[in-house]
Design a binder for this molecule. Structure first.
Ligand SMILES: Cc1cc2nc3c(=O)[nH]c(=O)nc-3n(C[C@H](O)[C@H](O)[C@H](O)COP(=O)(O)O)c2cc1C
Length: 281
């Protein structure tokens, strides 16, 4: 089971603070939230990849971009630094990203997608480069139509979030469309989207994050998370922002229902930590 990349949530500090929970849940690998692969970017200077000490499980850097040469350069760098696997984000659904041809936008530019896959597979080697994507941009059969192209590359796997990009996170996952892709694809498919982490399969994000809010030691874990965030972020507001991103996943859990409306208005870290301490619940 692979921990899905959630920008602003499954970040480096999170992976350290929640290391035991990540391992105990049965994850054997984590993707970094996307790191830009653009001209002039050094991925090894990115906070996500600067220092791999304390990573709980194998780490796969994920890149976002639309420049094959920049991707190749980034991949060479991380490979030299010891990373064995890497991923290309072909699924980000945010309109700003998609309309600029990155993320899920790559599904609409097959020639560029081909050149990105060329760059990725050449740099990382056979079976070391993957893509993470969606069923399509507007229709659930767009990825299916691209499989003949994608299948010509020695990819590690295709991770498929079984929604379209325009769907964002609304509605149900389309398991029928996913099954068609699984049947047609020569490349292994890793399922993603609304999976329960307790089933220990595929790529899982939000169900695991939600479950953390039910742990008895969550106050302590949040304290550790805040400490690691404070050491790497400039300013209390950013640390508070990171904590609230997590808390937002728990707002419907019985024990957080009363804490969240109060906690979300706090701007002071010490007040927020006090509010989430078990004694106050
Ligand atoms: C806040 C947030 C940030 C995300 N960031 C990324 C990202 O950096 N890269 C990526 O490929 N997907 C990203 N995703 C998508 C997730 O990796 C995953 O595909 C999606 O949440 C569905 O899986 P889940 O239902 O198990 O959470 C993000 C999703 C959320 C909610």
């Amino acid at each position: 089971m692979i921990l899905a990349p959630l920008r602003g949530v499954t970040v480096r500090a999170f992976r350290r603070a929640f290391a035991d929970a990540i391992r105990e849940a049965g994850f054997s690998e984590a993707f970094t939230p996307f790191v830009p692969a653009a001209e002039g970017c050094d991925p090894l200077k990115d906070r996500e990849l600067r220092d791999t000490a304390g990573e709980p499980v194998a780490l796969t850097p994920q890149f976002i971009g639309k420049s094959p040469s920049a991707l190749a350069r980034c991949l060479e760098k991380i490979k030299d630094a010891g990373f064995e696997t890497a991923d290309l984000n072909c699924g980000c659904s945010f309109p700003m990203v998609r309309k600029k041809g990155r993320g899920s936008g790559l599904l609409r530019t097959p020639d560029l997608l081909r050149r990105m896959l060329d760059a990725g597979c050449s740099a990382m080697g056979d079976g070391k480069f993957s893509i993470k994507t969606r069923l399509g941009v507007e229709r659930p059969d767009e990825l299916l139509a691209l499989l003949p192209l994608i299948d010509t590359y020695p990819l590690r796997f295709i991770a498929v979030h079984a929604r379209t990009a325009v769907q964002m996170y609304d509605g149900e996952c389309d398991s029928r469309a996913l099954a068609e892709i699984e049947k047609a694809s020569k490349t292994p498919i890793v399922e993603n989207g609304d999976l329960d982490w307790r089933d220990r399969k595929g790529m899982v994000g939000r169900s695991f994050i939600r479950s953390l809010g039910e742990r008895d030691d969550i106050g302590e874990l949040l304290g550790r998370y805040a400490e690691i965030c404070a050491a790497e972020l400039c300013g209390e507001r950013l640390v508070v922002g990171r904590l609230k991103e997590l808390l937002a996943y728990w707002k419907d859990l019985p024990r957080w229902r009363r804490v969240w409306p109060f906690a979300k208005r706090l701007n002071s870290l010490s007040e927020l930590l006090l509010a989430v301490a078990p004694s106050r619940r």
